[in-house]
Design a protein around this ligand. Structure first.
Ligand code: MBD
Ligand code: FE
Length: 282
């Protein structure tokens, strides 16, 4: 079947009808956007002679993606999240908003309402016996380099198996998720465990689509951040722990050179003992 009908008046009129162009009501922007998307898809069907069988198999993939967070997971794999970031970067550049830590994608695994701690605290519930202790500290500064006291630093990351609380039923609520308020010097310091990279579930519809593209679904070990303070632009970002085999081969395209952070291994027994006693905070 190699017929081409897209450019005929019948098909063009049909598209106008489907998108509600022939009638009042509805939302004008939605009409125009849906008209564009449907036009592009109809043209694709025409150009590639997509068969009904192929179309219905795509419908069944879309239905499967509708379960759980599966489209949220495929979305960064298909580059939508990074593309939106590229557009925000370009808008910042055009408005001459420069400097500061680069943004990167949020991903599908943020959960609002994490316990709040002031300056210091512990993120893990102690149950991940394979998890290696990690002290995570930093300072929120504005683009002039001045510390921002009382900034909100929301941090979330995976456990040693690459799983996130709320999505991995073996973890307690809000495990490895905290809202940290920076101290008077803009600093925060929390104790947690070193996260592992994330891999899309092998039998998920997301991985099924990636397989069709000959692609893996792996992310390097990373830690997510939202940083906000009144009067400042909200920052969504991540850091990557240096040395992961997927650092520059992230299926979600979220790595940025400036966000790859080498961890320092603390070997000194006295220093470890002092941190165990005092918490992560000194
Ligand atoms: C993750 O942990 C993640 O951050 C993204 C973007 C996609 C899948 C899993
Ligand atoms: Fe993540």
């Amino acid at each position: 079947m190699t017929v081409k009908i897209f450019d005929t008046p019948e098909v063009q009129n049909f598209l106008n009808t489907i998108a509600g162009f022939d009638q009042e009501g509805g939302n004008d922007r939605a009409k125009r956007i849906l008209h564009r998307i449907l036009s592009d898809l109809f043209r694709t069907i025409d150009d590639y002679d997509i068969t009904p069988e192929e179309y219905w198999s795509a419908v069944s993939v879309l239905n499967a993606l509708g379960q759980g967070t599966q489209f949220g997971l495929l979305s960064p794999g298909l580059g939508f999240d990074h593309f939106l970031d590229m557009r925000m970067d370009a808008a910042d550049a055009e408005a001459k908003r420069t400097g500061g830590t680069p943004r990167t994608i949020e991903g599908p695994l943020y959960v609002a309402g994490a316990p709040e701690v002031h300056g210091t605290g512990r993120m893990d519930d102690g149950s991940d016996t394979d998890g290696e202790v990690m002290w995570l500290n930093g300072q929120v500064r504005d683009t002039q380099g001045n510390p921002v006291a009382g900034a909100k630093v929301e941090v979330w990351h995976a456990n040693s198996k690459g799983g996130y609380s709320f999505f991995d039923p073996t973890q307690s609520e809000y495990n490895l998720r905290r809202t940290i308020i920076t101290d008077s010097d803009g600093r925060y310091a929390v104790r947690s465990i070193i996260p592992s990279g994330y891999g899309c579930p092998p039998d998920s519809p997301t991985q099924e689509v990636l397989n069709l593209l000959g692609r893996h679904g792996e992310r390097p070990a990373h830690i997510h951040y939202f940083i906000s303070a009144p009067g400042y632009q909200h920052l969504t970002t991540q850091i990557n722990l240096a040395g992961d085999p997927y650092t520059f081969d992230d299926f979600a395209y979220a790595t940025r050179e400036e966000l790859v952070i080498p961890a320092n291994r603390i070997e000194d027994a006295d220093e470890i003992a002092r941190r165990e006693l005092d918490g992560p905070f000194s």
